[in-house]
Structures are given as C-alpha cells and as structure tokens.
Design a binder for this molecule. Structure first.
Ligand SMILES: Cc1cc2nc3c(=O)[nH]c(=O)nc-3n(C[C@H](O)[C@H](O)[C@H](O)COP(=O)(O)OP(=O)(O)OC[C@H]3O[C@@H](n4cnc5c(N)ncnc54)[C@H](O)[C@@H]3O)c2cc1C
Length: 438
C-alpha cells in the first residue's frame, strides 16, 4: 500500500484524484509533534516515527523547566567564558561541567561554543536571530494547547528572575541590555515590592525582574502527548520505531529507513532532538550537535505554592510549579548521550529548592522526590538547525534547540510546514542554516 502510494505521481494518482505529499516526521518530541500538526494543517499526509511513548522520559521535552521564555535570546556562550574553562573541567559538580573522559569527543563542539560567544557583536547577532524565533511564542503555544484540548497546561502570567540584590542584576547587565535591544521589556522590583509579588521566596532575594510577556507550561510531557494525540486525531499515523537513514535517488527522497524496513514518502523532517546527528549526516550535513545534559528534581505535594516560575540567579536553576509538583531544573554537563547519570547533580538542585523556599522542610523525604536526566540538543551557538538538507531538499532539519526547544518549538513547527509546502518561511532562516559550521 505504502509502496504504491509513493510510486504514484505526486499530486495526482492514476485515477486523477489528489494525493497529498507524504511526510515522515522523525521524533515525536515537542518539535516533531508541532511540526506534525502544522504539516497536517498545510494539507500533507503525516507519519510520525518515534521509538518511545510521545512526551515520555526519553525526550528532553518531558522533563524541562516548562519555561515559555520568549526573552531567552542570550546564547549560552558569552564573551570571556573561556576564562571559566579550567573550572568547567576541574569541578565535576559545578553548574557547567565537562566530563574528563568526554573531553576529546566534545573538543570540536567546545571550540565552536567559545568562538560563537567570543565578541559582543557575535552574541548580539545571535540574540536578534533567536528573538525572531521566540517572539510571540506564548500566544502560539496557548492556541496549540487549546486546539489539543489541554488549555490548562499553558499559562501566561510572566516569569520572575530573583536576584540577591540590584548589584547581582547589574552583574548580568550585558544580557539584559541585549534583551532590551531586541525589544524585550520587564518590570524591576526591589525589597518589599518583590516580597509582595512572591512571598514564598527566601527573603535573601531583594531584587527581581518580572518579564510579563513570558509564560510557562504546567506539564511539558503531558503537553507533548496531547499534541501527538491531536495530530493523530487530525489524521497522522504514529509508528513505533527508530529511523536509521534515507533512501534518496538523485536528489529526491524516496523513503525513510527504519532498520528492518522503510517508509516510502515524499519528504522527511529530522526532529530527533539530541539523537539527530547521525540522521543529519545521512542527509548530507555534518553538524556539530552535542548534548548538554541537564537534570530535574520534582517534589510531590510541596508545602509552598509559588505564584511565579523563577530563574534563581545564584543557583543557576529554574523552579516551576508543575501540575504534579514543584520542579527544579538546571545543570549543564557535557558528557555525551551514553554516560550514566550523576545524581549528585540532582541532589544539588534538591538542596537549592530548600534554600529558595524556606517554607519547605529542611530535609525532603526521598519518597516525594523524583529525579530525571535529560539531553538538550545543543548547537555551539545556541541556535537550532532549521532548513533543507544537502543531499535532498525533501529532507528538513528541525533540531538543535538547546535550552529553548520548548518555547521555540511553536514557530519551528510553522516554519517546517512552510518549507514542506514550498512557502516563504515566517522568518529569515540564514541564522539557522544547518550548514553554517561546514
Ligand atoms: C533540564 C532541562 C531544562 C530545560 N528547560 C527548558 C525550558 O524551560 N524551556 C525551553 O524552551 N526548553 C527547555 N529545555 C530544552 C528543551 O527541553 C529541548 O530543547 C526540547 O525539548 C527539544 O525538543 P525536541 O523535540 O527537539 O527533542 P526531544 O524532546 O528530545 O524529542 C526527540 C524525540 O525523538 C525521538 N528519537 C530519537 N531518535 C530517534 C530516531 N532515530 N527515530 C525516531 N525518533 C527518534 C526521541 O525518542 C524523542 O522522543 C530544557 C532541557 C533540559 C534538559
């Protein structure tokens, strides 16, 4: 059946009826799920290939901090970060650490990471590009959540950055000045005003920045699962399996290979998150994709009810009240996809949670704590790869969203559908060119 359909002339079958272009979307994380919905909306026939349960623990989309932070335009590497490299290597439990054994494998990525943040001008270029991808994200996600029947999962109430003092905020001035240049606005709150806004926070936080335009997702895993269910209800087929490569004839895609079999198709989207590198190579593009491993700790039945999700500057962690508990997420560990988790990192996050919210018991019972390790799919310059593949224009790259994959997925899905339909994308794609490092 599949074979016949692909052999049919694209556009019309032998009887003259319309045959829609068939796209195989590889990976049902948040990027794949939204790409599927948008492709269906554009009139394509969609198959989603995913080895796990959509939105489950294997996906980075499951355990992130839920921030729909359209102001997250500052890439991870900033000027002068090279001075911290010895600490990254020597302190295995620092907020950013590079595992010794993995250093040789990650060195090319690290060099590009440092280079991308070498000058303020490079960082500014990146910030403007990311802003085009992230602006308006909350509205896009609200509308997707409504459409998928889970409007309660996306909230728009702003995100708060607490600092110990105004001096701490000033120390981060480079990033905030840059945000202002990209058109982002915020409120600054001092002392009592800050405490009134978020009384649950430790009084050690005397200054805060509230970004009103931003929002959050109250259960990213359930959100992805609902988006995939919605795509299936709209007609997508969900196939259990792992894509391994492509059958390409000339420069036209004929099928996505899944090890033992193949799925005939006219187009494909690589949206396998941190696992996209080999597929990108098979599509003709060698990309410096690395995993920035991150952790979360979820506390059941928290004794405090924070009003706002917070990015706590001194802990370098984000805390969000999720549907199922209070989640603290953070840490960056360069150690590859295969290494075992280092749960001491999650213990560090757990301890931060207690410091940030004094209303929690000093010792949190282990049966109320849930630990998770996830893989951010990260490019050295903090910008995803979105665009056509070298071996075939029928293959679209849509991966590498690093720290902003949840917030950036809504616009990415729309762009993917526009590329599949041969339309002009919403935003300029040069900054996201998959070939920018080759
Ligand atoms: C601790 C932490 C906190 C974060 N906080 C935030 C945040 O607050 N806001 C934000 O915007 N981002 C955040 N992120 C980043 C965000 O989670 C990711 O950028 C985003 O989830 C990436 O989505 P994705 O769909 O590209 O990849 P994933 O969610 O990883 O999905 C990829 C899917 O592809 C599947 N797959 C893998 N290989 C194959 C294959 N060969 N064939 C078929 N399928 C395959 C996987 O099973 C998986 O389901 C955070 C990440 C971490 C780790």
């Amino acid at each position: 059946m599949e074979e016949n359909q692909n052999d049919e002339k694209e556009g019309l079958d032998q009887r003259g009826s319309i045959v829609s272009r068939h796209v195989v979307i590889i990976g049902a994380g948040v990027v794949g799920a939204i790409s599927a919905i948008e492709a269906l909306r554009a009139g394509l026939r969609v198959t989603l290939v995913e080895p796990g349960s959509p939105g489950d623990r294997q996906a980075s989309s499951y355990g992130n901090a839920g921030w729909l932070s359209s102001h997250s335009v500052i890439p991870p590497a900033l000027p002068g970060v090279w001075k911290s490299v010895p600490r990254f290597i020597m302190d295995p439990l620092g907020p950013l650490a590079i595992r010794w054994r993995y250093l040789p494998s990650s060195a090319p990525w690290l060099i590009r990471y440092l280079a991308s943040g070498w000058t303020p001008e490079r960082v500014e270029t990146c910030a403007h590009a990311l802003r085009t991808l992230l602006a308006g994200a909350v509205d896009l996600h609200r509308s997707l959540a409504r459409e998928a029947g889970v409007p309660e999962l996306v909230e728009h109430r702003g995100l708060l950055h607490p600092y110990l003092s105004r001096e701490g905020f000033k120390a981060d001035r480079f990033g905030w000045d840059l945000r202002r240049k990209t058109g982002i606005e915020w409120q600054e709150l001092e002392g009592e005003a800050m405490r009134e806004l978020e009384p649950n926070l430790s009084p050690r936080y005397q200054f805060g920045v509230l970004v009103d335009e931003a929002g959050h997702c109250r259960d990213p895993g359930r959100y992805v699962s609902a988006l995939v269910d919605h795509a299936v209800a709209l007609g997508a087929e969900l196939v259990a399996g792992s894509a391994t490569g492509f059958r390409i004839e000339g420069d036209r895609l004929k099928a996505v290979q899944t090890g033992t079999s193949e799925i005939p198709c006219h187009a494909a989207v690589i949206a396998a998150g941190a696992h996209s590198k080999d597929l990108a190579t098979a599509a003709g593009d060698r990309v410096p994709l690395e995993t920035e491993r991150g952790y979360h700790v979820l506390l059941d039945d928290p004794e405090v009810e924070p009003r706002f999700p917070v990015m706590v500057s001194d802990c370098k962690a984000v805390v969000t009240r999720m549907e199922k508990g209070l989640r603290i997420a953070g840490q960056v560990e360069i150690g590859g996809l295969e290494a075992a988790p280092d749960w001491r990192r999650a213990d560090i996050l757990r301890d931060h949670l207690v410091t940030v919210y004094p209303g929690l018991p000093r010792t949190l019972p282990s049966q109320r704590l849930h630990y998770w390790l996830g893989h951010r799919p990260s490019m050295p310059d903090g910008r995803p790869c979105i665009g056509q593949a070298r071996r075939s224009p029928d293959i679209i790259h849509a991966f590498g969203h690093g720290h902003v994959g949840l917030v950036g997925s809504a616009r990415t899905g729309r762009i993917v559908a526009q590329l599949l339909a041969g339309q002009t994308p919403d935003i300029p794609l040069e900054p996201f060119d998959p070939r920018r490092f080759s």
